[in-house]
Write a protein that binds this ligand. Structure first.
Ligand code: GLU
Length: 392
């Protein structure tokens, strides 16, 4: 349902714990000269620093590699072939990373470059690794600057647009706010350049087909995303319990402006990121594996603790690290589901053992927990006394 109200009552940006900001190529790169909009970028960086000083964690998803690189390589205007884009990205990404290092470094902030492909967020094992890396970087006080790994991404595994990449990053990082800075102010009921009757939409409670129809197919000249990819991003973000905002980014201090009440479109989730994640885990149709736990571990799980290898007495089925598995009581009743940190083979070797022994047994130091409590959901009601059938 779209409510054309002027400004949301409370700005989600102010209260967010972890924020992903995405900047598009059209903002970063001057279309005439093909060079970086440095003065503008300085004001964006000041905004990010301001969020961090308030104790908020920040991840930046930045486009611009292809737009910067193509100019340096003298590649003509118009559509590039895939190989040309990849070559341009390889060249442009260095300039981009350098600029962020310099500008954030001036505020004594360490920058990390993280290049992701669609596979990193779609395939669960790599997803888990990428998620842990992002968490670790944030825990170390680093500001991750993320882009698509355009150089290796083939046509099939490309995002192609950083709007959806940013939404996947928000989902992966359990962010509670995603800001898409773009060359448009937000969502209108129709194209405002063509229809004088077009109304601005300040708040979207649900991404309906009506909302999707409003997005049309508009695309800007420099970046690859249009409103359609932003709506696709909104679907991913709100399903992950993350607020998302589309805002005009070409003014100085584009993030601060949003807090100061600049017009923008907010997409509102119905759950917190943790609740959304747990819903997703609980909703896994048929887990491919099951872990049977002893009574001590069962009590610990019900008390909100993680599942340790020591409490596992049996492992069944086939699963990889990152898969969702069932957790069974000794009676065979399914009591929980969670994302497992080890494959079936590794589980067979470490179950019943203490976490300090893991490295000695497996030859690498994995997680202490078999299933971390953030990745675990206790099933209440209908499923808890039924025995489970695993997917083949
Ligand atoms: N990853 C591309 C780049 O950095 C941009 C994709 C987009 O603009 O959405 O050039």
């Amino acid at each position: 349902m779209a409510v054309p109200s002027p400004v949301p009552a409370e700005n989600p940006l102010t209260g967010a714990r972890r924020i992903v900001v995405k900047v598009g190529s059209a903002l970063l790169v001057d279309p005439g000269s093909g060079s970086l909009e440095r003065a503008w970028l300085e004001t964006l960086v000041e905004d990010l620093v301001r969020l961090r000083r308030r104790g908020q964690e920040v991840l930046l998803v930045s486009s611009g590699a292809i737009a910067l690189g193509r100019r340096q390589l003298g590649l003509a205007r118009g559509a590039l072939r895939l190989e040309e884009s990849q070559a341009a990205a390889a060249v442009g990404q260095i300039g981009l990373a350098h600029a962020y290092k310099e500008l954030l470094g001036a505020h004594e902030i360490t920058v990390a470059q993280v290049l992701l492909t669609l596979e990193d967020s779609e395939r669960r094992r790599r997803y888990l690794n990428a998620r842990e890396t992002l968490n670790e970087l944030l825990a170390l006080g680093v500001l991750p600057v993320i882009n698509e790994n355009d150089t290796v991404a083939t046509a099939e595994i490309r995002y192609g647009d950083n709007d959806r990449l940013a939404a996947r990053v928000a989902q992966m990082a359990g962010a509670d706010c995603l800001v898409l800075l773009s060359d448009v102010e937000g969502l209108f009921t129709a194209d405002p350049n063509r229809h004088t009757s077009a109304r601005f939409i300040a708040r979207v409670e649900e991404v309906t087909s009506e909302i999707e129809a409003m997005a049309g197919g508009s695309a800007s000249a420099v970046g690859s995303g249009g409103m359609t990819t932003k709506i696709a991003a909104a679907r991913i973000a709100v399903a992950a319990g993350c607020h998302m905002c589309i805002a005009a980014g070409h003014h100085p201090h584009p993030v601060r402006r949003i807090e100061e009440g600049a017009r923008c479109t907010w997409f509102v989730p119905h759950a917190t990121p943790v609740a959304a994640r747990k819903q997703w885990i609980a909703g896994t149709l048929r887990p491919t594996g099951a872990l049977t736990v002893d009574d001590g571990a069962l009590r610990a799980l019900l008390a909100g603790k993680s599942l340790l290898p020591a409490g596992v007495v049996r492992a069944a089925g086939h699963f990889e690290r990152g898969d969702t598995v069932s957790v069974l009581a000794l009676s065979g009743a399914e009591i929980a589901r969670g994302i497992v940190a080890y494959s079936d083979g590794d589980t067979a070797r470490i179950m019943g053992r203490r976490s300090v022994e893991i490295a000695g047994i497996l030859g690498f130091r994995g997680r202490d927990e078999m299933i971390h409590r953030d990745d675990l959901v206790i099933l209440r009601g209908e499923r808890s006394d039924a025995s489970v059938e695993l997917a083949p």
